[in-house]
Structure formats: structure tokens, C-alpha cells
Design a protein around this ligand. Structure first.
Ligand SMILES: [Zn+2]
Length: 505
């Protein structure tokens, strides 16, 4: 405690010096302190916080403080922030709803755009930091509560529908997984392996000469040439580099890269390795050849940190007095064909070639964070106990918003005007049995699978025949491959099949 108070005196002295040079003053009455303990499992937080003073005034100590729109709490649990953010969003949901009317009066797609463009970003604000705790059950509950009203609007589902089913129907990643992905993305970008830390505007700086690449003619080019290629397939990704002088092969090199490394990045990396290996000498001519136009465009237009780093090397060779040329060539040129063979060999014979760790890009980090979020979402959807009726038909999570009609959503969730549903939620005096002769409960599943009421049987028959004609699965299953036509076909069935109120009439 004493140590902290003494440390504060030193910090405060530094703050005062800074303020004095900037002609500023601190207001003790507006200053608050929050003590975030260094976290040790099982260790209790100190009862009394240290007393920190500004001049003669003791600063107030609080349980939490708001800084740049994020609430920092004493235990760094972020629960207070999640609660506060959720409350703000629910308030704006009510306002939007007041304007849009009870049924939201808005197309699901437009509402989803409002959700993606305004609601979700507001909820995710600061998730780079607090997302570390996003899967905490209390935070998860706050986040889901915040967006529930919007998901009900997007899906037009019954209010009894579970959050997990709403998320799948609306194609919205559960917010806690999204927040965790943002945190992971932010954290990974801080690692040393990441080459994209420096962010550069696209296109060359106006003060620098524009760099171009050309298509290589069939004849041999003067000087030293490096032919580079990448290969991707079974066994991962590999690159091949061939050095020639006057048409004669001087050196070859094959390297394996980490699994799943994107091809165009591997092509760029191969060029980079060749370029970095060169010591420029006065009067020298160096040609770097690839069969990837994408890699050359990335390089000459300075797309990303990796391209920028390679270009710096090109500039170094030129400063050393040599001439550098970048070429595109098809594999009709012997050098490219050879580089391609070496890359393939490295990929297929991993024991014969060394492995190299190519730098990770921002896009790769983001892609990986998204992949993890989707996998967690899928797992939650498979293993949960809510939304099982929906899971039976829509087994795979997907971020697409399908054009399900309101009646389709009723059948997909089981929450709709079915006697069995009304019985389950005590909304009817009846026994919940269907009007047909089977004596079964009138549920969505019964309507879709085995109801023997004449009209329903006929509607079901027509739906199945149409579904078979379009080559879709029977019984109906929704996957990433499900076409819009199948969705419309299901919507049509839901229009034709009679539900509770229509059966009464
Ligand atoms: Zn029936």
C-alpha cells in the first residue's frame, strides 16, 4: 500500500511537469482513481485502497470509471461496461421501435443493415480490450439481451423464440464470440511476427518514382535472374526459387511454408526471399520473375506491410548501384517451369526441404479470428439444449440472412400458431391436439412431417415434389448449399399449409 502511494507521488510529479510545460492544470475534484489489482487467483483485493493526493486533496477512489466510452471496473471484469452498453442499446432500440411501430414496419434486410451498421458496432465498442472476458456468463447475458429486440425484428419470430435460434435465423454471430474474435485480432496484431504493423496508404508516395512490372519476352534477359513460384495443394504450401545467369542455372532453393498460407502471399514471399538475398553491386542487372500478377500488383502498389518491406530491399539494391527489374512470365519460360517443379517437390517431399515461417498479415489474422468465432458458434449450436427444432433443419450456422417469411420462421422454430405450441405455453384451453385423425399434438414438426389433414397433406406433397425437382434434400435441410429457390419454395409451402386460425375457420 505504502509502495503504491510513494509511486503515485513520483507519477504525480511527472504529470505536473508535463502540465506546466503545456500551461494546463489538473482539477482534483474531477479526478478519480480505480485500482485494478494485478490479478492473482484466489487472492482477495485489498479492503482499503491507497490514498492518493493532488496537492492537499485526496482523490476519490471509485469502483469503476468511464474512460473514452469504456467503463473500467476495479476487478477488470468488464461486467459493468457490458451492462451499461447493453442498457444504452436497449434504450435506442425502444426509440427506433417507437418510430418504426410495433412490427418494426421495416424490412428484415433493412433492419439487419441498421443492426450491422449501427447497433452491433455500438455494442462491440472497445471489444478489443474487454473481449477477453466476453465469454463470461454475465457478460454473455448482457450482450444477448441488448440485441434480442433487433433479432426478433430481423427474423419476425415469436417472442418466445430462444436467442440461439434467433442468431442462426438472422445469420448473426453470437455477440460474445464476435467480441472474443475482436480481442484475438487486436492481440495478434501486437505480436512480433506480424509484418503489417506499419500502415501505409495504397499507391506509391508522390515523392517516390512509380514502380512497374513488365511481361517477360521469350528470349533470355541480360544479368542475373531469379525465378520464383509457389505451390499449394496436398501437404500445404511451398515455394521454389531458381537463380540463373545468362540462361544457366546457378542455384535452386525450395522452402515449405506453414499450412494454409495463402498462395498469393506465398508468391510475394518467394519474390521477397530472392530480393533480400541479393547484394547490389555497381553496374549489376537483377531480374526478379514471378508468374503471379497479383503478387506483382501488391508489390508495386505497396499493398500491405509485407510488400512495403520487400520494396525497401529493392530500393537498397538500387542504392548499392545495381538495376532491378520486376517481370511477369508464364511457365513457358524455363526458369518459371523449374521454380514450379521445385516448389511442388518441396510440398510433396517435406523431409527433403527446410520449413520457413512466413510473416502473417492483418487479413490472415482477421480471417483466423473469424474462423475461430464461427467454429465456436457451430459448437455452441450443436451442443446446446435450446432451439433444437430449428437445429434439426438448420444444422449449420451461417452469416447469411435468408429470406424466410414470417410463417416460414414459425415452422422453422416451432414457435407459431400451432395448438401444440399454444398448449405448451398455456395459451389455449384446448388439449393441443391436431384436428387430423392421428391424435398427435399440432406442432411445426407435425405439420411438416406427418399431419394427415387433407389440405396439409396436399401442400406437403407439392412442396416435396418441387424440392425434389430442384435437386434439394428431402426431408428439407438447410446448409450453405441451400439455394434461394429452395428458400422461396419453403416459403410457398408455408403459405399453402393451413395453420391454427385458418383451420378453425
Ligand atoms: Zn394433424
Amino acid at each position: 500500500m505504502r509502495g503504491l502511494e510513494e509511486a503515485w507521488e513520483a507519477v504525480w510529479a511527472a504529470c505536473q511537469r508535463w502540465a506546466a510545460t503545456h500551461k494546463l492544470e489538473y482539477a482534483p475534484e474531477k479526478t478519480t482513481a480505480v485500482f485494478a489489482p494485478s490479478w492473482r487467483r484466489g487472492k482477495k483485493m485489498a479492503k482499503r485502497g491507497p490514498r492518493l493526493k493532488i496537492g492537499g486533496t485526496t482523490i476519490r477512489t471509485e469502483e469503476s470509471m468511464k474512460y473514452l466510452g469504456v467503463i473500467i471496473d476495479r476487478g477488470l471484469s468488464w461486467r459493468e461496461h457490458a451492462r451499461h452498453a447493453a442498457r444504452n442499446i436497449m434504450t435506442s432500440a425502444q426509440k427506433i421501435r417507437g418510430i418504426a411501430g410495433r412490427t418494426w414496419g421495416t424490412e428484415p434486410r433493412i433492419l439487419r443493415e441498421i443492426f450491422d451498421g449501427a447497433i452491433r458496432p455500438a455494442l462491440m465498442y472497445g471489444a478489443e480490450i474487454w473481449g477477453e472476458k466476453a465469454e463470461d456468463p454475465i457478460i454473455r447475458r448482457h450482450l444477448r439481451a441488448a440485441q434480442r429486440a433487433f433479432l426478433l425484428g430481423v427474423t419476425r419470430a415469436y417472442r418466445t423464440t430462444s436467442n440461439v435460434a434467433l442468431e442462426v435465423l438472422a445469420g448473426c454471430t453470437p455477440p460474445h464470440f464476435e467480441a472474443a474474435a475482436r480481442h484475438a485480432n487486436w492481440r495478434e496484431r501486437g505480436t512480433a511476427e506480424f509484418e503489417g504493423k506499419a500502415v501505409f496508404a495504397e499507391g506509391p508516395h508522390p515523392a517516390e518514382p512509380e514502380r512497374k512490372w513488365e511481361e517477360l519476352p521469350a528470349e533470355t534477359i541480360p544479368g542475373t535472374s531469379f525465378w520464383t513460384d509457389a505451390s499449394q495443394g496436398d501437404g500445404g504450401t511451398a515455394i521454389g526459387i531458381v537463380k540463373t545467369e545468362g540462361g544457366e542455372t546457378k542455384e535452386t532453393r525450395g522452402l515449405r511454408l506453414q499450412d494454409g498460407y495463402p498462395t498469393h502471399m506465398a508468391e510475394l514471399y518467394a519474390l521477397g526471399i530472392a530480393i533480400k538475398s541479393v547484394a547490389g553491386q555497381r553496374g549489376g542487372n537483377f531480374n526478379f520473375v514471378t508468374d503471379s500478377r497479383v503478387a506483382l500488383d501488391m508489390l508495386t502498389k505497396r499493398k500491405g506491410g509485407a510488400a512495403h518491406a520487400i520494396l525497401k530491399e529493392v530500393e537498397r539494391i538500387e542504392t548499392e548501384g545495381a538495376t532491378v527489374k520486376l517481370w511477369w512470365s508464364s511457365d513457358r519460360n524455363r526458369g518459371i517451369a523449374e521454380a514450379d517443379r521445385i516448389a511442388k517437390r518441396a510440398r510433396e517431399n517435406p523431409e527433403e526441404f527446410p520449413e520457413d515461417h512466413a510473416p502473417i498479415t492483418g487479413r490472415m489474422i482477421k480471417k483466423e479470428a473469424t474462423r475461430v468465432a464461427m467454429a465456436k458458434w457451430q459448437q455452441e449450436w450443436d451442443q446446446g439444449d435450446k432451439g433444437r427444432a430449428t437445429h434439426e433443419i438448420i444444422g449449420t450456422v451461417d452469416r447469411r440472412l435468408r429470406g424466410w417469411s414470417h410463417r416460414a420462421v414459425c415452422l422453422l422454430t416451432g414457435h407459431g400458431p400451432f395448438r401444440g405450441y399454444l398448449r405448451r405455453f398455456n395459451l389455449t384451453e384446448t388439449t393441443g391436439e391436431c384436428v387430423c385423425s392421428t391424435g398427435a399434438q399440432d406442432t411445426a414438426k407435425h405439420v411438416m412431417e406427418d399431419c394427415e389433414e387433407q389440405g396439409r397433406m396436399e401442400a406437403r406433397g407439392r412442396w416435396r415434389r418441387r424440392q425434389e425437382a430442384m435437386g434439394g434434400p428431402v426431408p428439407f435441410k438447410v446448409t450453405a448449399q441451400t439455394s434461394e429457390e429452395e428458400v422461396r419454395n419453403f416459403n410457398k409451402f408455408t403459405e399453402e399449409v393451413r395453420m391454427e386460425e385458418e383451420l378453425e375457420a
